[in-house]
Design a protein around this ligand. Sequence first.
Ligand SMILES: Cc1ncc(COP(=O)(O)O)c(C=O)c1O
Length: 393
Amino acid sequence: MNQRQLFLHHLAQTSDAPLMLEIERAEGVYIFDKNGKEYIDLISGIGVSNVGHRHPNVLAAIQSQLDKYLHTMVYGEYIQSPQVLLAQALASTLPDPLESVYLVNSGSEAVEGALKLAKRYTGRSEIISFQNAYHGSTHGALSATGDDEFKRNFRPLVPDFRHIRFNQLEDLNLITNRTAAVLIEAVQGEAGVIVGETEYFQVLRKKCDETGTLLMIDEVQTGFGRTGKFWAFEHFGITPDVVISAKGMGGGMPIGCFISSVEILSVFKNNPVLGHITTFGGHPVSAAAAFATLNTIMEDKLLDGVKVKEQLFLSLLKHPKIKSIRSKGLMIAVEFESYDVLKLIIDRAMDSGVITDWFLFNDKSMRIAPPLTITNEEIKKACEVILLACEDS
Ligand SMILES: Cc1ncc(COP(=O)(O)O)c(C=O)c1O
């Protein structure tokens, strides 16, 4: 059997239509297949490679950590310098009192930890999340996810989740003093880039304060500069109680976290002791890569370019087949008339060396979320290919 057949046979499949790109290597905004064909990666696989593939700073940090130690102990016992440096650096990106970091391996796991934290800290069980939200595929994260098709055949899920409408002020009245937490994305990613409104988030903050509810922002997709601020909640002028991150955090390595105040996160210390455990969370190699990623975003001033690059995409992507565009920084959804129209365009762009994608809950919008390091020339080249694909399909 060749690689394609082995892939289909031995790797558990999650759809009948995997993209099947046979990867040879990746560098910057480029992915190369086994025939040496070059692709501009406009999705960062997905929302991960914010500093590009194989950023030299990330590689150097990984290399240096490889020479010291790999796993030595489960999370939270030994003092491991990559974890300490990373946690301190994360705290420096956040307003007080967000300075206590729990490191995990992925976005779903970070959401799970945050859900437990909210229940334990407030002594309440109700979690409010949103229609069309995506928070991950594990039981708790899936319970928070707001798309019934995704959940139907996995019920019963975790009890006491309630889904309200995003950006709808009147629904905030459903937050009461029995609500442990509101779990919300600053920009709904998988719904197809639905941008949170500032006034809405400010009223939400107030409502959470009034009811003693934790406001937990899922920045798994929006964090680490994706929207032009280091954290997307900064657009709203509010401070959440818990921030959840993963994806772009590791510069291509698996890592996630949830961050809160020392006071709130201390509840995991007792009743029960070791209230949340992970063996690999904050793996030293991933933590070193994440520290380098954070520093690269700051030192290379990557946030400064995001708005300009967003505007360049918006100004170039004009075609009768494009019905609308929604965006926040380099998190962009280009909407077409239907799935069928979009499928031809995505396939054609792929053939011509540009990788785009759909969204989980929006199959007529094209996902564009390139590395923040993409240059203007690369944006122009990619947009030309997309426009040609629109023309030819
Ligand atoms: C907003 C959001 N939260 C959580 C997750 C889950 O992250 P992971 O796939 O790392 O478990 C995702 C993944 O797409 C996401 O977009």
